[in-house]
Write a protein that binds this ligand. Structure first.
Ligand SMILES: [Zn+2]
Length: 58
């Protein structure tokens, strides 16, 4: 059985918008060097967008 890679091993950055730390994600495997924001909402600079997204999932 292969040894599981722990989350602590993943690289992390600080979001340039909200200032919170975030960890590497699979979707960023090709663009990690350019990633500056933890989410699309932070990337577009809109907190309201993040809220709208959440309420839409319900
Ligand atoms: Zn952020």
């Amino acid at each position: 059985m292969p040894k599981m890679r722990s989350k602590a091993d993943l690289p992390s950055k600080t979001c340039a918008s909200c200032g919170r730390p975030f960890s590497w994600r699979k979707k960023w495997e090709k663009t990690w060097a350019e990633v500056r924001y933890c989410s699309d909402a932070c990337r577009t600079g809109s907190r309201d967008a993040a809220r709208a997204k959440q309420s839409n999932t319900a």
